[in-house]
Design a protein. Sequence first.
Lengths: 193, 447
Amino acid sequence: MSYIYIVPIELEDDSYLEPLERFVFQTFHLRTKKKEFKINLKDAFDPSRVQYNSSLILRQLIIKPPLDAEKILGVLDVDLFIPILTFVFGEAQLNGIGAAVSSHRLHHRYYGLPENSGATTDRLLKEAVHELGHTFGLIHCTQPKCVMNSSTYVENIDQKPAELCSLCQKNLKIEKNDTISKGFPFSWWSKKR
Amino acid sequence: MKPEEIGILIVDDEPSVRDSLYQWFKDDGYRVDTAADAASALKKLQENPWDIILLDIKMPGMDGIELQNRIKQIDKNIVTIIITAYASVDTAIQALKDGAFDYVTKPIDPDDLSKLIRNAIDKRRLVTENIQLRQQIEDLLLPDEVVGESSSIKKVMEMVNTVAKTDSTVMILGESGTGKELIARAIHSRSSRRYFPIITINCGAYPEGLLESELFGHEKGAFTGAMYRRRGKLEMADKGTLFLDEIGNISEKMQMDLLRVIETKSFARLGGDKTVDVDFRVISATNKDLEKAIKEGSFREDLYYRLNVFSIKIPPLRERRSDIPLLTRYFLSKYAQSMNKSVTDFSPQVMEMFTGYDWPGNIREVRNVVERAMVVAQGTQIQLVDISFPFPPSATPSGGASLEEVEKDQIMKILNQTNGNIAQAAEILKISRLTLYNKIEKYHLKR
């Protein structure tokens, strides 16, 4: 049995992990397993940018993957960057095992607005599925009604749905043996819609 | 363009920048590769085609600006984007002057990078489309009816190619129906003015007053019936070519007006006083002997020399008989296609008649005869009964009536028919090769 590992990394608030697990299962039909890994965030910190290098975090995340790990998703709440860009919402290895996503720039408060935890969770679910989609071989989708549509600012995330379009679902590179179609309560997301 | 059809090359000496950009573009589905320095970038440029190249300015060895210059020498249409950690106005100006599409500083906002790449792809697509469309236009513009393989028509085409590159006036001389307008169009389509119009005016077809109005246009109320302002052919030919057919037929006043326009490249519309500046090339054509007309005082010498910087004489068809089979078959296939007929060839008797006929109406006559034959033809071959000449071949050969003239004419005809093949010609004429050589010598028929 293969799992998608959900790895919380120094989270102040882990309340959105449960809906995240459910939605990841609903999308990819692979069971999830929540587990903490030994990650040293300080090694990824860039004092000149006051941000964390997501590539270095990803490297630590996949250094010793568990044998039953199909994919590993690191969940953070620090500000991530890759060297060429000012920031990223997350990062993933295309056709690889690892992905990381951060809620830091997904909060309303980051943009000077009153906090809305529901909106943050929605955004995080979308970004998590988006980054995991890359690990399953999906590239950015040109369809605005697809979660794989590229988002370079937070309003983009709000505009797109959390689901994959039919073409991206078809292109998902998942071993059918590993998938299960039943056995997980999906009530949370359907209630949210 | 689909993302996988777009190639992006990243040139940066910092591995982290290369890797992060590589991953970013890979997620978009582009074909991506990286190079750590100029030398390896130039190598990759030879291995694969690239649409967009992102270049770091500061690299060990050759810097980004110099590399960009080398890239532009290889393919000036590659879109280059300069990325740098140390922005300076001087380098930015230099990069843009040298043809960079944009200049950005690291780190880049993800949204800006996405927009930048989208714009760069749009530019690349437009450039590619532009090149393709120009090629398609060139193919369409090339006149396809200059048919012939004889040395005389080849010489004409060589002259066309030579003069097309210049902006000189050209005078095309030739009998009626030899394809003077076609040659004018061939010159225009090979010239730098080809994307602008070629305006033809048949000077012989208009009475004087009307020709003036056709050429110069008129203002509203210039004469009775001039209800609107109208642009003349001179204005329409701006940036393009003005083809004056039958130039030998214009009046003295018109000759003077035309000379003034050609010299000053400006004129006023009829009934107006505003000067209109125009830029066109003049090609003229005539079947008249203008030098004789000058001597007789009916054509201005100064206009003649102004129009005749370069002259091309198109030989009549009877002087290039070897082209007759090619020409007739060309029109045959053209009309068979347009009339949707399954006629594929002429009977040997028809072809023999064609090659022996003088074609006084030249190519125009060939076209008409073949078109008419195609209309009436049944089956897959055009037969003698299908042929009707507007000027039936006379019993008297064109050369004259004396025995010597008849003999000379017949030998010339057969030599043309056999494309100068002595053995074949001697066999057809039923004389020995030596006799034929002697007669060629006697009648000065050497090619």
